[in-house]
Design a protein around this ligand. Structure first.
Ligand SMILES: [Zn+2]
Length: 512
């Protein structure tokens, strides 16, 4: 469907909804139809569109890398606080001593020297990227940024969490799953003391015996410290708490998949162990660029590890970066290697991130149908795909998944490195792909329904958005009128969060 046709299709749909509701028994326009028609009227008016989208309830951000989400300005501040230096050639943050004669300047220079500060921010993010012989590829520049601020990340979780949570709440998000390494590398160190075994149960036994419980305990302490520093910064529990205090924050244990196999297994085991005893850690995810050598070479092995560990820890959720490859980046055989299908069928992924190479998979229509049937949600990092992968317009995969009926949620990926936020992706969805309000609202609802939250859903079945009988007749108020609905919500965190979001939608739509 061409863009112009899609746009007019959305407009006609919104108009028909308006007519249908006007002709209905109540002869009143429903707030949702009103919002849909309103969005079509302001689609081309940037200031009004931004105002609309900033206020719109946005549900959950389900694909969010903590270190990639923090802005460069914050990393510079941490470097100054820690007495670190900035390399005058690469603009990476490096450990002291700072020796200007050798090109290592005190990080404080990035506070007073505007040109130095600007070049540091550009190096720590994708801001103002222009290809040059020394820095020719935005994808390499993007991934290199993570190494350049790595030194200051582990010591500042409280500030980092406060930044991302406050930003999410300011855009009316209510739930965030962020990826990080809770034990800050303890499981990887443990792997260095253990010999590899092709027998996963033997390898697991060796790692547990070598002290995995210590790594897990360290991870939980790190999360405790990070969250309590975050709450102090946000003023939670005070008379004037930041709105971020109300946001539900959960963690995914990120496994660095470009590392050697013993390390990858140890990280996975740490993640499964931690998620089994700490309800804040809700899932495992494999991160790092999929075309890194070990990530591609050990792809099948890593999925077999997940398959084995899933058998032991079946209640721990799995989301995977799958199909994060584009034509030309890898040989065609890799594109056809069914990474997405294998991640779902062997890796037990309940959601996938990116899914960029879906059309190159063997039997792509069959795969899309399977994803729709199994309700495997795609975490679509729309802006990141456009910026870092150059997937704009007809090259972008968003319309493909939507047409196939696969649930999709918009996500930020690395909002600090890409210099964006979730609202940016909502704007791009509307301006770039003809998405309308009804579709956008569906994606928001799907984000909460596929979040790794405990409890039953408010909806009778995935993607149908018909309320369960207990709450079917209740008006959308903070506290539902019926006792049946109140007790259903009290018993189910997911339904409770979804109910709150429906109330927020009702307020948003009727205030337009
Ligand atoms: Zn990612």
């Amino acid at each position: 469907m061409c863009r112009r046709f899609r746009r007019s299709f959305e407009a006609v749909l919104a108009f028909l909804m308006l007519i249908a509701t006007v002709r209905g028994a109540s002869a009143a326009v429903t707030p949702a139809a009103h919002a849909a028609a309103y969005l079509e009227r302001i689609r081309s008016d940037r200031p009004l569109l931004m105002h609309f989208l900033e206020r719109m309830p946005k549900g959950a951000d389900l694909h969010h890398h903590l270190t990639g989400a923090v802005y460069a300005e914050s990393y510079i501040r941490y470097a100054v606080e820690d007495g670190d230096c900035i390399d005058g050639t690469t603009f990476a943050i490096v450990a002291p001593p700072c020796v200007p004669a050798e090109g290592r300047y005190p990080a404080s220079r990035a506070l007073s020297d505007f040109a130095f500060r600007s070049r540091t921010i550009d190096a720590l993010s994708a801001r103002d990227f222009t290809p040059s012989p020394a820095d020719p590829d935005i994808r390499l520049h993007f991934f290199a940024a993570f190494d350049k601020f790595d030194l200051v990340t582990n010591g500042h979780w409280g500030e980092m969490l406060a930044e991302v949570v406050a930003r999410a709440a300011a855009q009316n998000e209510v739930y965030l799953e962020t990826m990080l390494t809770p034990d800050q590398g303890a499981a990887m160190h443990l792997a260095q003391t253990v010999e590899w075994s092709d027998d996963f149960s033997e390898l697991r036994r060796r790692l547990l015996a070598a002290g995995m419980a210590t790594a897990v305990a360290a991870g939980r302490r790190n999360l405790d410290a990070g969250e309590s520093a975050m709450r102090a910064i946000l003023g939670c529990g005070t008379a004037h708490p930041d709105p971020g205090c109300r946001l539900t924050l959960r963690f995914q244990y990120q496994v660095l998949r470009a590392f050697p196999k013993t390390s990858v297994f140890a990280q996975m085991l740490a993640g499964f162990e931690m998620a089994s005893v700490d309800s804040r850690v809700v899932a495992i995810n494999l991160v790092q660029s999929q075309d890194e050598y070990n990530a591609l070479n050990d792809f099948g092995l890593q999925l077999r590890m997940l398959d084995y560990l899933h058998g032991i820890y079946p209640r721990v959720h799995i989301s995977l970066h799958a199909g994060e490859l584009t034509p030309g980046e890898v040989p065609p055989e890799e594109l056809r290697a069914s990474h997405i299908r294998a991640s779902i069928e062997l890796g037990h992924a309940e959601r996938i991130g990116h899914g960029l190479d879906v059309v190159y998979e063997r039997d792509a229509p069959g795969l899309l149908a399977e994803m729709a049937r199994r309700h495997v949600l795609v975490e679509d990092c729309l802006y990141s795909h456009e910026l870092v992968r150059g997937m704009r317009g007809r090259d972008n995969v968003l319309p493909i998944y939507l047409r196939a009926g696969v649930p999709v949620a918009l996500a930020t990926d690395d909002e600090g490195v890409t210099r964006a936020d979730l609202t940016t992706s909502f704007v791009r969805a509307i301006e770039g792909y003809g998405i309308g309000y009804v579709r956008l609202k569906t994606m928001v609802r799907d984000s909460l329904d596929h979040a790794f939250m405990p409890g039953a859903s408010l909806w009778q079945a995935p993607e149908n958005f018909v309320r369960v009988p207990a709450c079917a007749r209740d008006a959308l108020r903070d506290v539902p009128a019926s006792r049946a609905c109140r007790s259903f919500l009290a018993a189910n965190e997911r339904a409770r969060t979804e109910w709150r979001e429906e109330v927020a939608f009702a307020r948003f739509e009727s205030a337009l």
